[in-house]
Design a protein around this ligand. Structure first.
Ligand code: 8YV
Length: 327
């Protein structure tokens, strides 16, 4: 049997997944956002960490000298100091794949909500203001048949493209560092998704959807030049990471009316500060980072993360290890 290790759960796990860990190892549940002292007290003897949405930097790793593995309940790993983990030989696992369809659904929820003004019009009914036939001033815009431009074309981007192309008859343009081998990765998208130079995509897309991981290369990438190159009346959707967007430039593009609307599930600072203009802007539909937040998908993510950690602590190669050397 694998030797009993010390695990710290730094974000709540479903009971059945917690039990899987407790059956093998010594487990402390200590979310730093709820009990920082308990989290810090558990670090010095921790062999494994599992959770999400907490910054793991060199200073924290210095306080966890026995750490062997971190299992993130997320696909994004920008909150982990990858070079520090690599230098210390600490394995980092994450949960790719299991959340692709749910996040793609969330992006389409934002696409529909912004185009058909769903939140605004539901609030009008709730406020008792539906007192006559809806006039042209409250009409929305069609989604079907319009052109979608994807910034980033990984697993989630491809899931969005399937909905757009096969479900809504939308021409799909995508921009990525290199063309995707659709025959190998997504044969159903062959002939439906086109690798497109960025400025060409921005000039043609009615919907520009950002599904970019956060890295030194993508931080602040969607700036005033990018928004200015988008066609007038375009809708911007962000389902990736907020810090890929220059939010001052986004607000200027919305205030000028150059952008018709923005649907945002992620923000440079989360939770969104009360004084952020994005929180109440009339052209913005904001969501609280719920991309993967369904019962089914968060359970699947926790299950994969638990399996990853059990394998890593047993000296086996987990199913989804991050390449911390690829910094
Ligand atoms: C959140 C996400 O991280 O998977 C990701 O990268 O952005 C979301 O799923 C969520 O906090 C995961 O638990």
């Amino acid at each position: 049997a694998p030797s009993k290790k010390n695990i710290v759960v730094f974000r709540e796990l479903p009971p059945d997944q917690l039990a899987r860990l407790q059956a093998v190892h010594h487990v402390v549940v200590a979310d730093p956002k709820r009990d920082l002292a308990a989290f810090e007290a558990a670090l010095p003897t921790a062999h494994g960490l599992i959770g999400s949405s907490h910054t793991v930097d060199a200073a924290l790793l210095d306080r966890a000298p026995q750490l062997e593995a971190i299992s993130s309940v997320s696909v994004g790993v920008d909150n982990y100091a990858l070079a520090e983990l690599n230098a210390r030989g600490i394995v980092l696992c994450h949960t790719p794949g299991v959340l692709d369809e749910t996040v793609a659904d969330t992006v389409f929820a934002l696409l529909m909500a912004t185009s058909r003004r769903v939140v605004e019009l539901a609030n009008l009914v709730r406020a008792g203001q539906w007192n006559k036939n809806i006039g042209e001033d409250l009409f929305g815009f069609d989604v079907h048949g319009k052109t979608i431009g994807l910034l980033g074309f990984g697993r989630i981007g491809q899931a969005i493209a399937r909905r757009a192309s096969l479900g809504f008859g939308m021409p799909v343009l995508y921009h990525a560092r290199r063309p995707v081998d659709l025959a190998a990765q997504a044969p159903e998208l062959q002939g439906h998704a086109t690798h497109t130079p960025l400025n060409d995509l921005l000039a043609r897309a009615d919907f520009v959807v950002a599904m970019l991981p956060l890295s030194d290369a993508t931080r602040g990438m969607i700036d005033a030049d990018v928004f200015g190159a988008m066609k007038a009346g375009a809708v911007f959707i962000n389902g990736g990471r907020g810090a890929t967007v220059n939010e001052t430039a986004l607000l200027a593009a919305l205030d000028s009316g150059h952008l018709r609307a923005a649907g945002l599930d992620v923000f440079a600072k989360e939770p969104l500060p009360m004084d952020s203009a994005l929180r109440t802007h009339p052209r913005v539909t904001p969501l609280p980072h719920i991309g993967s937040a369904t019962h089914e998908t968060r359970h699947a993510m926790a299950g994969l993360a638990t399996t990853n950690l059990l394998r890593a602590l047993a000296g086996e190669r987990p199913a989804a290890v991050c390449d911390t050397a690829a910094v």
